[in-house]
Structures are given as C-alpha cells and as structure tokens.
Design a protein around this ligand. Sequence first.
Ligand SMILES: [Zn+2]
Length: 318
Amino acid sequence: MQKKALNQGLLEYLQQSPSPFHATVNMATILANSGFSELNEADAWRLKPGKYFVTRNQSSIIAFVLGKENPAETGIRMSGAHTDSPCLKVKPRPETFSHGYLQLGVEVYGGVLLNPWYDRDLSLAGRVTYQAKNKKIHNLLINFVQPMAVIPSLAIHLDREANKSRTINPQKDIPPVLMQSDKNQTFDALLKKQIKKEHPNINAQKILGYELSFYDTNPASVIGMKDEFITGARLDNLLSCYVGIQSLKNADPSVSSLVVCNDHEEVGSASAAGAGGPFLKAVLQRIIPDSEERHRAIAKSLLVSTDNAHGIHPNYPG
Ligand SMILES: [Zn+2]
C-alpha cells in the first residue's frame, strides 16, 4: 500500500473508531472485506489453512492467517496492540442538574491528561445493553457523531491563577454540559432517542447498562509543512491496531501469523478481554489443539508488542 493511501486509511479508521467497540467492529469489517472468515468462540472450529478472525466482548479481536506449513515447524509471527485509550466514561445514573443545565458525571478511564478535554466539541459513543420487547437482552453500538457536549473553562478573570496552578477535581470540575434542561430529563430517554435514530428497527424497551465514552470530534489530520506529522486522538494505540491488520492482510500465506488487539490495556489488562486474560491462550489452543505441537510452535514464535512511544518534545527537551 502506498504511504499516502495507508495514512488516509488510518485517518478514516481513527475517525470511525471513537470507542474500543467501534475500533473492533471496524477491524472486523476490514478483515471480512479482505477474505477473512469470522469465527465465534461458542461454535465448533474446523480450521484449515486460511484467514480467520474472532472477537471477544465486542472490544478485543484476534485475526490470524493459518499457514500451509506446520506452525510447530515455522512458529507463528505475532503482534499485539490495544483497542482502548484514556477517556472520560459516563457513570451509571449520571445526570446532575445545576442552574438549569443537565450535565453527566464521568469516570476517568486510564491515565488521562485532563486539561485538553476543556473547550472541545465533544461527542459520545460506545455500547448500550438493552432489553427488547420480548424480554431478550441485546447489545448495540451507538455514536452520536455530532458535537453534543462541552466542558467549558472558567473565564480567566474568575481564575487569575489558571495559567500557573490549575488543579482539576474530576468529580466536580469536568462533568460535560449536555443541554439546558429541567430535572425531568433522563439520560436513558436521550439514549433511547439516539437508538431510534441510528437503529430505527430496534425497540429498546429498557436500557440495562452502557459503556459510553466522550470523544473530541476534531478529526485526525496529517499536519506539518512537509506532511511529516499525524495528529489525532486514540493514535495510542489504534495506530498499531490499524497497521497490524494491514500487515496481516498482506502476510505470507504459507507461514502462520496473528494479530491480537486487546481492550483494557489502559486499566491494567486484567479482564477476560484484556491482554492479561486467557483470550490469546484460548485461541492458540484451538488453532493447535495438540499440546506438544502447540508448545513447539510457541517456542518458535515471536510476539511483538506494538505500542506508541515518545518522541522528544522541543519545548521540554530536558
Ligand atoms: Zn498504548
């Protein structure tokens, strides 16, 4: 792939992936369009050499090319990345009403630099769990897309020390302002309205839960006088997810290779879908069921953890 096309694809992927759920479904779509077959963990797998992918929790994905050669002889070429990024997640029962404004309480997810979240045109995306008319429980993804919230800074004349010693209390200083409202407005009602808009055929009777995060609607860009920089939220680590998937699409079909993208890296990886959980191990056990063969394959394999690192900051070289 040409550099320009790769970068353009990355920018689009970043824009379309405001949550780990969207990041995962968009990778799945790219893979499905490139001849990869989707596997379900609950089904029986009968694998032949070919291209496959499987998701867990809708927020982690493993894609692999099962080569014609025996993995016990060749090993598996693997790379790992993560689908989540630091963000502000909406709390359960989030509504707070203050002076005619409806605001949403947020939980800081991961190691967030809070200052850049002020004065941005924010939107909201993620997964909603609901009960349908027939009492069955389902998940769906939503993305408000348009800016619909803001965390306004306090005016400078009310906080003269803002440029010297600003501290932020996430509990009381950053709940985003959603709308002017009386106290009858519920967040669930707003969610139901959005579900109707995005999924007109779905009747979400009751909202049971959600994992929704705010995101900055400012799109990712190639910048610099020589187009030498890429700016954008979630580059850590959707850059590695995207590049990993593109590499896998072009991988040598004779030798086995695999890309794993896990959720929950920013909060310690200790979940069923996280890198500290059993997802990769379970998939390797099913790719190579014989334990002797599997152990030989693992001994010959290499897994590269691909993540973002720091360049030098010219204003803070020390
Ligand atoms: Zn990272």
